[in-house]
Design a protein around this ligand. Structure first.
Ligand SMILES: Nc1ncnc2c1ncn2[C@@H]1O[C@H](COP(=O)(O)OP(=O)(O)OP(=O)(O)O)[C@@H](O)[C@H]1O
Length: 286
């Protein structure tokens, strides 16, 4: 059997149009190497979730525009690609009267006991919890343990750490970093929360109105920011991102004005009508 391809995430000229014909993603190209940890950064509505769902194979991208570990995720349904996004977070099973051990077993936790125990410890999960009687943050920690227990090669995270307390989030981010250092795996993470992320990303992708405005190694992008802490007390990463978002807002203008196109039709991305990219309206919403 051929050895597995390294977990490289390649995107070439990717465009995507929603079923309502508004533009989701426009001509994106990226090449994220194995063992990289990429942050997707952009204002609300910039296209981060849309891109992650395309990478996860949940929406059909035009042929040859996405390659993950050397294959098209929509066609092949990749083993080893884990996508943790909103729909996963909303799964009703984790609100029923069910125990943590049963849940971890249901996702194959017994096959990876060391990993399971490490995640339980690091996420500070009590395996005696009943899921109908835990807080939102506690529920999220169980979900993270469930979602991560099987060793993934590419992890696509759409902000799912919002209700973790600061320490749990820091521990979790540290664990993700160690994973990429210890084994051949790659992470793409869309987030607005930059706490505890200084020094975490190897790459940054700046998205705006469905495009990638710029992307590079984090080190290179951070060179433009002086010192370790900005005058606001933010990290260099925080300063860099604030600067990006200020410029993006200026360029886009107020949403309410931009929302209506010339024919009174609404479009994704604040009313920008962005022309004809084949209609890939086939979906795989699971
Ligand atoms: N199914 C859909 N049909 C049409 N437009 C959509 C659809 N889903 C999202 N959009 C639009 O596409 C744009 C990008 O949405 P997306 O969810 O990718 O943004 P995001 O960067 O993840 O935002 P956030 O930070 O708020 O999560 C938004 O303008 C949104 O309104």
């Amino acid at each position: 059997m051929a050895p597995p391809e390294p977990p490289r995430v390649e995107v070439k000229g990717l465009s995507y149009t929603f079923p309502d014909h508004s533009t989701g993603i426009r001509n994106i190209s990226l090449d994220l190497p194995p063992r990289s940890r990429t942050l997707l950064i952009g204002a609300n509505g910039a296209g981060k979730t849309t891109l992650l769902r395309l990478l996860a194979g949940k929406r059909m991208a035009p042929g040859d525009s996405i390659s993950i570990c050397g294959v098209d995720p929509f066609k092949e349904g990749l083993e080893g690609v884990t996508y943790l996004g909103l729909e996963w977070v909303l799964n009703p099973i984790v609100r029923t009267d069910i125990g943590v051990n049963e849940l971890l077993r249901s996702v194959g936790g017994d096959a990876y006991p060391d990993r399971r125990d490490e995640l339980v410890r690091l996420l500070d999960v009590d395996t005696n919890w009943r899921m109908h009687a835990v807080s939102d943050g506690e529920r999220r920690r169980v979900q993270l343990a469930m979602g991560l227990v099987r060793p993934w090669t590419v992890l696509l995270l759409d902000e799912i750490t919002v209700d973790l307390d600061v320490l749990s989030r820091a521990e979790f981010l540290g664990w993700l970093k160690r994973e990429t250092e210890l084994r051949e795996c790659t992470i793409v993470y869309a987030t607005h929360i930059l706490d505890n992320l200084a020094g975490w990303p190897t790459h940054l992708v700046h998205m705006h109105l469905g495009t990638v405005k710029e992307w590079d190694r984090a080190e290179t992008m951070l060179e433009s920011i002086d010192g370790t802490v900005g005058s606001s007390g933010n990290s260099r990463l925080g300063e860099l991102v604030l600067g990006w978002l200020r410029v993006d807002l200026k360029e886009r203008g107020p949403r309410s004005q931009a929302r209506l196109g010339s024919e009174g039709k609404t479009y994704g991305f604040g009313g920008m009508k962005i022309g004809g990219y084949g209609d890939e309206s086939k979906h795989k919403e699971n």
